[in-house]
Design a protein around this ligand. Structure first.
Ligand code: SF4
Length: 67
């Protein structure tokens, strides 16, 4: 699976980190980033926690690309 984050949609609510703290992190201003990368899209091993984070995001700032 791939995760694509859309920082301009992020409202810095912190929910994604609660669901998947090993995947999501934040810039100093609270806007989402991937914790192991400065890219907006990365491959990850399938993990339900990532799906939960994407579903929890109130602004659709996290896209899951199943592959
Ligand atoms: S859940 Fe969505 S809006 Fe909230 S911090 Fe994460 S990416 Fe941003």
């Amino acid at each position: 699976m791939k995760i694509n984050i859309i920082p301009e949609n992020c409202i810095a609510c912190g929910l994604c980190y609660l669901h998947a703290p090993d995947v999501f992190d934040y810039h100093d201003n609270g806007i989402v980033k991937l914790n192991n990368s400065d890219k907006l899209e990365e491959k990850y091993i399938f993990d339900d926690k990532i799906i939960s984070a994407a579903k929890a995001c109130p602004t659709a700032a996290i896209k899951i690309i199943k592959s």
